[in-house]
Design a protein around this ligand. Sequence first.
Ligand SMILES: NC(=O)c1ccc[n+]([C@@H]2O[C@H](COP(=O)([O-])OP(=O)(O)OC[C@H]3O[C@@H](n4cnc5c(N)ncnc54)[C@H](OP(=O)(O)O)[C@@H]3O)[C@@H](O)[C@H]2O)c1
Length: 293
Amino acid sequence: MCAAHTSLSLSACLLPFRLAPLTRLALAGAADCHPYTDVHALERQVRAVQAALPAGHAIIVSTKSGMKRISDESNGWRPGSTAPGSVRKAIVEAQQALCARGAPLFLWSLHHADGYSKPGALEAALEEAKACVAEGLLRHIGLCNATQSLLERALAVTPILCVQNEYSLYCREAEQVRPPTAAASSKKGVLRLCAARGVTFVAHSPLGGLKARRGERSLAREYPKLASLAAKHGVSPQAACLAALLHRGRTLGASIIVIPGARTAVHAADSCAAAALQLSDAEVDDVMGPVVR
Ligand SMILES: NC(=O)c1ccc[n+]([C@@H]2O[C@H](COP(=O)([O-])OP(=O)(O)OC[C@H]3O[C@@H](n4cnc5c(N)ncnc54)[C@H](OP(=O)(O)O)[C@@H]3O)[C@@H](O)[C@H]2O)c1
């Protein structure tokens, strides 16, 4: 089973991949594409990935809507439409373009759920998505960039398969205990709430995100203990980092997936090593500090 996450050229969920298909996926995923702006570019990319898959492997398409990125490389965002019908329109468009004829979209997530904090806005958007599930257009609903409170509100409307929030050595909010004084927009505690409510936690930007892509961050330089751990196990600091995040998430009782971005087959295959790397509690504590209960 393989997964294509449509928000970057290629993003690999590390759980069920085998190396050979992943490498071929990475090669196929090298297509030029401006995510968030052009569903037809995504369509071409998904078709290329499908064509590269060996027989017997399915592709799962997950996508999201609710915000528009100004360009692939900028950090600029603008809200998408929140008009009635806009969620349905995005889901129908993605399902028609990205899924095999008649098959439902596997997962649609409300991008930047925190943009829907006004009373009723989140609920209205999710009701539209829920109707798409009932119609057979969509299988599962998710949230991106949710707070604990938004996740609770969403769960009162519909089952939520997963929450995709930032989680990396640079951004640890998700695993922290949310203090009562936390700002409304704080994402603290979301991984813990996901664990408690049986919602899968999807760690985005797990290697440092845009700043890593711009070369402004270096895991090896900024986390020497990670570099030592990686050397001890004969893997890259990136693979060790992903394994540590997976380990910590599981220690907190969560079902956790990491979605590292990779634009080269070498990076995709290298990050895949994290799936097989078993670290001890002591090794992860050494890099990330002890678990706070
Ligand atoms: N929901 C949201 O709001 C949100 C926000 C931001 C990101 N995301 C998602 O999170 C995912 C990852 O985002 P991202 O790519 O910005 O951040 P990332 O995964 O933290 O970092 C990607 C960077 O790490 C490099 N890299 C990947 N694997 C490597 C390896 N094994 N060894 C060395 N370098 C490696 C990549 O290089 P190359 O590209 O050269 O391979 C790229 O420069 C994407 O799917 C993205 O869409 C979601």
